[in-house]
Design a binder for this molecule. Structure first.
Ligand code: RNT
Ligand code: ZN
Length: 419
């Protein structure tokens, strides 16, 4: 059967349940996914800085050849990956990806340090998102930044935060699209602290000081706080926990970011979306795949991922959720990591758009719970594959496994030369 036949027959099957596959494809392609630049270089960053700093709670494992060693290589790799991924994409950079001739301290960064990224994005018609970098820096070495007990260190990081909001605003203006600014601090400690209150009081005070800058347009620089449960070296106590970030975000009117790997090992995030969105306007997701801990494995089309987008679909909240990626695997071809993870995310969006939400919710209202269960189960074997293939075709990216060849060619021609 050729692909048109396969698609037409799949389309008819979905239509029996009132689902329009053509519309689902259009809607799915339009939702932006923000690609994290840090899969390209294993979260090393490109800023001009002394060598040998620790990662501060973040670490990519593996040493597969071909890591991007500078901005040009990263951009080339990301562009290659993007050409193999369907749908609207943005690129998410970190302050540590600045490119300057001389050392510019993080508290003195300006948008001009990101000119190369901005030019590249403009040429490609892509938009950028941004993150302050509170790790991989001498002033982050002892595990605390915005919640540090030392006033000078805390002030340094507050200045960094303020500088990043201005940069985000400048990016937004240049690209004529709001810039998402995600706040994640690694602050915490390996073993039981004697004072859990102090750091949290200081973290809240630091954020208050940063967000007090009224000159930054909040519709252009859109702030989100990312919570975490534990990290390397902060196993017992993380200052910016789930409760801290949610309460802060709600009380101050900023956004909340949930990373799929930042909760207890068997805890999933899909059930939290309908709670937070009762009270908050918007959420940012860091789509990731934890294995036993916050391992940031390449995202796959698994139940956790499907459930996140099914929640968004069933709640009708696509406009209120922003999607960014956060995974990094240094043990495999990094283009392959990007493409597999991002395609899986897009696939889960499509899968959710093809959900029989109306009939399921009707069964539920009528108390027909066996019918609800049966329909959910039957839908797992609907002909989803041909609809996904059609989406790729329509977006003019390779269908099925064709892209693997392109990855291999790129590896031979480009990545293998990086020794
Ligand atoms: C770390 C957070 C954070 C980072 C990036 C690099 O645990 O998930 O989002 O991965 O900011
Ligand atoms: Zn994250």
């Amino acid at each position: 059967m050729n692909s048109d036949h396969a698609y037409e027959s799949a389309k008819a099957r979905y239509a029996e349940h009132g689902i329009d596959t053509d519309a689902a494809i259009e809607q799915t392609l339009a939702v932006p996914i923000s690609l994290h630049c840090w899969q390209a270089d294993d979260v090393a960053g490109f800023e001009t800085k002394p060598e040998g700093l620790s990662g501060g709670g973040i670490m990519a494992t593996g040493n597969y050849p071909g890591r991007a060693r500078n901005g040009d290589e990263a951009r080339e790799d990301i562009a290659k990956a993007m050409s193999l991924i369907p749908g609207t994409q943005r690129v998410n950079i970190h302050a540590s990806y600045s490119e300057t001739d001389q050392v510019v301290e993080r508290d003195a960064l300006e948008a001009s340090a990101f000119t190369r990224w901005m030019d590249w994005a403009r040429e490609r018609g892509t938009c950028l998102d941004f993150n302050p970098t509170f790790f991989a820096h001498p002033k982050a070495e002892d595990g605390y930044t915005l919640s540090h007990v030392d006033d000078d260190i805390r002030a340094f990081w507050i200045r960094h935060g303020k500088a990043c909001r201005k940069i985000a605003e400048a990016l937004a203006e240049a690209q004529d699209s709001p810039c998402v600014l995600n706040w994640w601090t690694p602050d915490g400690t390996k073993d039981a602290p004697a004072d859990r209150f102090g750091p949290r009081r200081r973290l809240a005070a630091s954020y208050d000081e940063i967000f007090a800058d009224e000159s930054v347009d909040r519709s252009q620089c859109v702030d989100f706080l990312e919570s975490k449960l534990f990290g390397i070296g902060s196993e017992e106590y993380v200052v910016g926990s789930a409760e801290f970030c949610a309460d802060y975000a709600l009380s101050r009117g900023v956004g909340l970011c949930m990373d799929m790997g930042h909760f207890h090992p068997t805890e999933t995030i899909h059930g939290k979306i309908s709670s937070h969105l009762q009270f908050m306007e918007k959420l940012l997701l860091h789509v990731s795949r934890p294995i036993r801990w916050d391992s940031d494995h390449v995202v796959r089309f698994n139940d956790d991922l499907k459930n996140v987008f099914l929640e968004i679909q069933r709640g009708g909240v696509w406009e209120r959720v922003t999607v960014a990626l956060d995974f990094f695997d240094a043990s495999i071809n990094r283009i392959g990591a990007y493409v597999t993870g991002t395609r899986a995310t897009r696939k889960a969006m499509l899968y959710a758009r093809l959900d029989p939400t109306g009939p399921l919710q009707t069964f539920e209202r009528e108390g027909k719970l066996a019918q609800r269960l049966a329909m959910m189960e039957e839908f797992t074997s609907m002909p989803f594959g041909p609809v996904w293939d059609r989406l790729c075709e329509q977006a003019q990216v390779p269908v099925g496994m064709e892209w693997i060849n392109e990855m291999e060619t790129y590896e031979q021609k480009v990545l293998s030369k990086r020794r």
